[in-house]
Structure formats: structure tokens, C-alpha cells
Ligand binder design. Structure first.
Ligand code: GTP
Ligand code: MG
Length: 229
């Protein structure tokens, strides 16, 4: 699942690097689903040309889009799902490593902060923000995690069925984590490579960092959303 908002510069390259043959040899039949948040560039036409399934999301924000992608995944009856940001920062070649590490009924998170973090990939503000938010998450919810805001996750079907989410924007990863902590969903961690983004960031470090911190605090008090999905 690739969440996109104006990612015409990165999509084709990411798609071509998804190890579909390698996955086939391991017995996987793969679908590539682009969840688009209303791109005004050529993202959607590129996705269609490549043969991706396209979900045009309702509402705005990565969280809203991902929740819609999860819903579709459950309807279709697939077994495992890999989500990676479609901005050229994550390496699709590493999908197999993530899939190999999914714990039974659990989730695996690609860890940039203890992986191969390219020197120009993350601003120092974002590095500090990522460390602080990860620390806050563990301080509040207790479950070990090393890179809260990673955009590269792999999920078992059972884990997706059990997640309770209502995030609209970039708080979605934080809420996936708090839901795992609350429902005792196993989390594994795999160090990954993180490169410089292609195109422009949609995330505002301060604004979205604050919403992520707020979500962590709210979910400490109210562990489940009032209205789910
Ligand atoms: N479906 C959907 N995807 C979105 C939306 N907003 C952003 N995205 C995608 O979500 C992914 C993460 O967004 P980024 O802008 O890279 O945010 P980030 O990775 O947290 O921030 P950077 O570190 O600055 O790249 C990218 O693939 C975006 O295209 C949205 O409203 N809907
Ligand atoms: Mg990004």
C-alpha cells in the first residue's frame, strides 16, 4: 500500500523496485494499491498506467487514506500488508526483510533511527523530533518502539483486524503503536535504509509533531477512539 499526495516524481521508481518476482518465488501473490489523497499532479495516471489499483480516498490526510486502505484490505481477504511512504525515502527492496520478520498476529516496523540513515535524508529538527516522540511514546505506553514515525510497516491480517484507529493525518503511526500497546499486539523492529526525499514534504514538523504528541497523550487517557473508522 502506497499512500500518495502529489508523488509523481517518486512513484514509478518505487513501483519498479518492489520485488514482485522475488515475492512470487516465495509464494506471495502481490497487489500494489495506491491510496491517493487528491493529487493534482500526474500521480494517479502514472499509478493507473503502471497497473496499480487506485483508491481515491474520502477526506483529507494520510491517516484517513490508510484507514481506508486497511478497510479494503480486510474486505478483499488478503493475508499480509506492507505500507511504505511513496516519497523515495524508503527502499522497496527491503520489503522481503520486513515480511520475514512479522511476528505471529503482529506488526513489524522499519527502524530508520538505528538503520542506515543517509546523512542528508532527515533534517536535524526532524531527527530530534523523531527521537523525542519515540521517547514520549515509550514513557506513556510502555511498549518498546525505536522509531515511532517510520513510514515503512508490515502487518499481519490479524493485527489489522485488531487496530482501533481514527487518525486523519500524520498521527496515524502513533495511533497504530498505542493500539498495539493497548491490545498487546506484538511489534518487531527491523533496521532499514532511509534516503533523501524526492519532491516536497507534506508534513509540517512543528504542527504535525505537536499533533502526534497530542495523540500519544490522548490515547494514554482514552485508549480507544470514540468513533472508530
Ligand atoms: N493518501 C494520502 N497520502 C498522503 C497524504 N498526505 C501525505 N501523503 C503521503 O504520505 C507519505 C508521507 O508524507 P510525507 O510528506 O513524506 O511526510 P513525512 O514522510 O512524514 O515527512 P518527510 O520526512 O518530510 O518526508 C507520502 O507518501 C505522501 O505522499 C494524504 O492526504 N493522503
Ligand atoms: Mg517522507
Amino acid at each position: 500500500m502506497l499512500p500518495t499526495l502529489d508523488e509523481e516524481g517518486a512513484l514509478q521508481d518505487i513501483y519498479s523496485r518492489i520485488p514482485i518476482e522475488k515475492l512470487k518465488n516465495r509464494g506471495y501473490s502481490t497487489r500494489v494499491v495506491v491510496v491517493d489523497g487528491g493529487s493534482t499532479d500526474n500521480t494517479v495516471s502514472i499509478a493507473e498506467e503502471l497497473g496499480c489499483e487506485v483508491i481515491q480516498q474520502w477526506g483529507e490526510g494520510k491517516g484517513a487514506g490508510m484507514r481506508q486502505g486497511f478497510k479494503k484490505f480486510l474486505e478483499v481477504g488478503d493475508d499480509e500488508l506492507v505500507m511504505l511512504d511513496c516519497d523515495g525515502t524508503y527502499h522497496p527492496e527491503e520489503i522481503t526483510r520486513l515480511l520475514d520478520s512479522i511476528p505471529k498476529n503482529g506488526i513489524v516496523i522499519g527502524d530508520r533511527l538505528h538503520g542506515n540513515l543517509h546523512s542528508n535524508a532527515m533534517t536535524s529538527t526532524n531527527w530530534i523530533g523523531n527521537q523525542l516522540l519515540t521517547w514520549l511514546a515509550v514513557a506513556l505506553h510502555g511498549k518498546p518502539i525505536y522509531d515511532l514515525c517510520s513510514g515503512f510497516w508490515a502487518f499481519s491480517r490479524n493485527a489489522i483486524e485488531r487496530l482501533q484507529l481514527n487518525s486523519m493525518r500524520f498521527e496515524i503511526e502513533a495511533e497504530m503503536y498505542t493500539s498495539c500497546a493497548h491490545r498487546d499486539i506484538p511489534i518487531a523492529h527491523v533496521p532499514i535504509t532511509y534516503s533523501k526525499r524526492v519532491g516536497e514534504a507534506k508534513l509540517g514538523s512543528i504542527k504535525d509533531g505537536t499533533s502526534i504528541a497530542r495523540k500519544l497523550i490522548i490515547r494514554r487517557i482514552f485508549p480507544t477512539p470514540h468513533e472508530e473508522r
